[in-house]
Design a protein around this ligand. Sequence first.
Ligand code: ADP
Ligand code: ASP
Ligand code: MG
Length: 491
Amino acid sequence: MRVLKFGGSSLADGARIGAVTAIAAEAAAGDKTAVVLSAMQGVTDLLIAAAREAANGPDGGRQALAEIRARHLAAVRYLFAAPDQPAVIAPLTILLNELEEILHGIELIRECSPRTLDLVMSFGERLSCILAAAHLRARGLDPLLLDARELILTDDTFGSAAVDFQATYARIRSRFAAINGVVVIPGFIGSTAGGVTTTLGRNGSDYTASLIGAGAAAGVIEIWTDVDGVLSADPRIVPDAFILPEISYEEAMELSFFGARVLHPYSMLPAVEMGIPIRIRNSRNPQAPGTIIGAPRHRSGSAAAAVRLITGIASIEGISLINIQGGGMIGIPGIAARVFSALARERINIIMISQASSEHTISLVLRSGEAARALAALESELALELSSRRIQALERIDELIIVSVIGENMRGKPGLAGRLFTALGEAGVNVLAIAQGSAERNISIVIGENEHALALRAVHAAFLADPAAPPAPAAPAARPAANPGAERGEA
Ligand code: ADP
Ligand code: ASP
Ligand code: MG
């Protein structure tokens, strides 16, 4: 069995949906095929805008809803002959009308909870699947349209629900055992044991595809998008970025966790467990071989790739740093533990932490959207220490980004950090914090967002200038980090 997942970038309009069903039909001619689909490009954003508007704005989300409706109807007109259109428009209209009622409900109560937002967001994938399934039918196939909410069981962390793997795999296994042809499944959505709709987080359709692949013991999970594969850096920022023919699950996980949105970071977990390769492919260029993500032992890349120190660079925008400073922290056990607990209670995700060996400063790196809540939680947790001046200050710095360099070959290469800081230093980039993952597969640094492109290009040029180039010369001796205190950290 093959799983083919098409992202919103492959589902922008009728023409693109037609290209997707052509690829899916070709796959289905040879193998049992599961087609996992995202919403049409931009539709999830429109749904979020509609819900926000309904809750707060003057137009009740009507404009966004009208745009969603128009996008789908235009696709129907493009894909189907006039006599066939009503049969496709009917089920779309039922869903769109239901969405309109929900938005009206939000408008009446002037409130949209995360739970309701998940329900609203679920319409994007459900609508695109109706369209694509109908078009596969027009191509002569007999697709089965499944509701992912009957397969993917999650908890109730709305917005990024956690999957119950055992139950989910069991459901997928038994459902797919009885299926032979082609199946269309909406990505991104699941449901709680009580049947409440949830979502798996932005870009979550990749994760759905991987869950389906693992549950049904697929031979391959193909993620079809709008680039030829995983690139050494975000191509919109680094023009020299190049396709990586093969990377390990861990490299892919690190790259996606640190901002390469080509793949949802959790997508690797189900695939790793079952040893299923993930292939990234381009729906605009199906001839391209793409990138294979698998276990490192399967790697057979070029000699240059085998010895290249780093595999890729990724970055996360919208980052803030909170420094907890104070001589009084020295020797008091448990400050870090209390800081973590206080933030965990607020469900705040710390992306990086570094502590100075002198214990004068703990630096926490998190998303800016969570910084105000984090600061409030820390002020209350550390109130005693703050009032007794054992902790002098909680300092917040905004408008930052994290840049991560990632690669299996980084392990046990002491000169690497030195080269990284030399490259950044020569480009005039100021580093605020540093952390190295304990597996030594990544080094992450925090810098100002205005130095984003500068830093990425400088690091790419220093480590990845030419994919065919011979290995880099011996690394110069490591020099002290720009923030000498930040040598310890978990990323
Ligand atoms: P989809 O809608 O298919 O899920 P996404 O927009 O979520 O597509 O992800 C694909 C995009 O990810 C690409 O168009 C590219 O701009 C961006 N991207 C960022 N970093 C990378 C990278 N390292 N490799 C490939 N693409 C990347
Ligand atoms: N449609 C969802 C999003 O835009 C999920 C996905 O595309 O994977 O985030
Ligand atoms: Mg995506």
